[in-house]
Ligand binder design. Structure first.
Ligand code: NAD
Ligand code: UDP
Length: 323
């Protein structure tokens, strides 16, 4: 039986990935320090005897024999990663180093979750993997952006220098059930505000854009990527300028934040919420949309869940949770 380690396994995405790995017959260890994740996300998984949880901080070395390591441990919401920026940087950088060392010593495959934030406030649109980004190194978002950029560098160098089998996904805004209601990201905020008949807070003029991917689409891409042979991945990237195996995963549908708010209100017609404007946070990217050509070619993958359907499922989840 294959063994998988999922760091950040009690978080939003980690919990979906653990559930999928159990469905695929794996023995799964979720490692988490519960900074933004919760045990509620993984309670149902304990019914499976192949699931276990380790309370551990990824900034400290961890030892275990696994076939596959999925590195997700890092706060992802701007509100949370800016709450404790030094810990965020450490989680990205030291966490990556510890997981790369573990992969090196045990010959495990490692899939790292990078982010569209490594493109910063992008000047190239849509974002292709060969774009190097437009990132402020000393701003309030830098702990996350630069931490994730440094993690990518470490992964690329462990691969070049020590031949570690690393794959990376640059994830674009992803949403769905198991997001924390107070997560602070736009979809959970808008849904919680609409359900509570509170004002919906549009930051800035609401004309900035994002592309929203439903969680199961992402997990499907991650599993497919991990399942590929190293030789197949090496051959694919040998013909590319990138060299290192990194791909964007996201849904290319692009929406203004105002359109998103209107869509949430359309799906919750009983809501009495109004749209209000609040100051735009510093360094908030103006436009974001993934080019997913590489993921399509390499994985034969593309997102399947349209925004309205994913939002409806997420709204149901938050309604159930607040009962
Ligand atoms: P999340 O905050 O729900 O999950 C992160 C998990 O990591 C939490 O359970 C948290 O407790 C845990 N964690 C944080 N620091 C840790 C540490 N030092 N040691 C151990 N565990 C730690 O966020 P998410 O959306 O599930 O994000 C998961 C990963 O995906 C993150 O690495 C994030 O950067 C990446 N990502 C997510 C998105 C998205 O839109 N959801 C986009 C890009 C990248
Ligand atoms: N946003 C907003 N209202 C909110 C939360 C976020 O208008 O209550 C905006 C935010 O300024 C950004 C976009 O929504 O432009 C996405 O924010 P989120 O924090 O979800 O993720 P980001 O892509 O910025 O990391």
């Amino acid at each position: 039986m294959k063994k998988a380690l999922v760091t950040g396994g009690a978080g939003f995405l980690g919990s979906h990935l653990c559930a999928r790995l159990l469905d695929d017959g794996y023995e799964v260890t979720a490692l988490d320090n519960l900074f933004t994740g919760t045990k509620e996300n993984i309670y149902p998984l304990f019914e499976n005897h192949r699931f276990s949880f380790v309370l551990h901080d990824v900034t400290q070395p961890y030892w275990g024999q696994f076939d596959e390591i999925y590195n997700l441990a890092c706060p992802a919401s701007p509100v949370h990663y800016q709450h404790n920026p030094v810990e965020t940087l450490k989680s990205s950088v030291l966490g990556m180093m510890n997981m790369l060392d573990l992969a090196l010593k045990t010959k495990a495959k490692l899939l790292h979750t990078s982010t569209s934030e490594i493109y910063g406030d992008p000047l190239v649109h849509p974002q292709v993997e060969t774009y190097w980004g437009n990132v402020n190194s000393i701003g309030v978002r830098s702990c996350y952006d630069e931490g994730k950029r440094c993690a990518e560098t470490l992964a690329a160098d462990y691969r070049r220098e020590y031949n570690v089998d690393v794959r990376m996904v640059r994830i674009f805004n992803t949403y769905g059930p198991n997001m924390h209601p107070k997560d602070g990201r736009v979809i959970s905020n808008f849904i919680m505000q609409a359900l509570a008949n509170e004002d919906i807070t549009l930051f800035g003029d609401g004309m900035q854009t994002r592309s929203f991917q439903y969680c199961t689409d992402l997990v499907r891409a991650m599993r497919r990527y991990m399942s590929l042979d190293r030789a197949r991945i090496d051959a694919f990237f040998a013909g590319k300028k990138l060299g290192t195996p990194v791909i964007n995963t996201g849904n290319p549908g692009e929406y203004t934040i105002r359109q998103l708010a209107e869509e949430v209100l359309r799906l919750i017609p009983e809501s009495k919420s109004r749209l209000v404007f609040a100051p735009l946070p510093a360094d908030d990217p103006k436009r974001r949309k993934p080019d997913i050509t590489l993921a399509k070619e390499l994985l034969g993958w593309e997102p399947e869940v349209p925004l309205a359907e994913g939002l409806a499922r997420t709204i149901e989840y938050f309604k159930e949770r607040s009962k």
